[in-house]
Write a protein that binds this ligand. Structure first.
Ligand SMILES: O=C(CO)[C@H](O)[C@H](O)COP(=O)(O)O
Length: 222
């Protein structure tokens, strides 16, 4: 059974509370919050203060994706998170990855590790005991509305095989970037668990948010 994590960078920023209530009605599993620094990726979107505001209006667990350099310098600002939330940092974003992971654990939340499309999956092997989730970026991060990099489908499959082979089948695989309805089906077949729905699915203008989530659920068997 797959889980849906709508990407709040695709929400109507003039109607955030309205859209979050719709996502609650749709029964989504997480809210995916992208934090950028204009250095690790060339964009700036949501913020730590935005997360504080979100926490006041919903109990849906947050899936915080930090696209920032040296995340260990900013993790202190995430003390509003609680057990059940996820903090995901990029493998490429720090030379002190074990220290950064340890700091996420100290927050009492789940640990996610994201890999850019160009980063091979082998880098995670000695980190597996500390991870709850691995995020496969299926586009180069930073912007919504990009095209899927097709070779990422094989990467998902290889990661699922690696996790099973090493005895870490409980680690969840998240996919992010052009997770359209069609791509979600392929990703599901390859072994993905958590689906970041953006402009190409949950927030597609063709239907309402609630109807889009319903269609998504049917595809990922939840
Ligand atoms: O992380 C992201 C961009 O870096 C966004 O969460 C994601 O790409 C949004 O989804 P879509 O690609 O469907 O617009």
């Amino acid at each position: 059974m797959g889980k849906i994590a709508p990407s709040l960078m695709c929400v109507d920023l003039l109607n955030v509370e309205r859209d979050i209530k719709l996502l609650e009605e749709a029964g989504v599993d997480y809210l995916h919050v992208d934090i950028m620094d204009n250095h690790f990726v060339p964009n700036i979107t949501l913020s730590f203060d935005f997360i504080k505001s979100i926490k006041r209006i919903t109990d849906i667990p947050l899936d915080v994706h930090l696209m920032i350099n040296n995340p260990e310098e900013s993790l202190q600002y995430l003390d509003m998170l609680t057990a059940g939330d996820i903090v995901c940092i990029h493998y490429e974003s720090t030379i002190h990855i074990h220290r950064a992971i340890g700091m996420i654990k100290d927050l009492g939340v789940k640990v996610g590790l994201a890999l850019n499309p160009g980063t091979p999956i082998g880098v995670i092997e000695n980190l597996l005991p500390d991870l709850d989730m691995v995020l496969i970026m299926t586009v180069n991060p930073g912007f919504a509305g990009q095209k899927l990099i097709p070779s990422m489908l094989e990467k998902i499959e290889k990661l699922r095989a690696l996790l099973n082979e090493k005895g870490y089948s409980e680690i969840e695989i998240e996919v992010d970037g052009n997770v359209s309805f069609d791509h979600a089906k392929l990703m599901y077949e390859k072994g993905a668990d958590i689906y970041v729905g953006g402009s190409s699915s949950v927030f597609s203008k063709e239907n309402s948010i609630v109807e889009n989530c319903k269609r998504f659920r049917e595809i990922i068997g939840s």
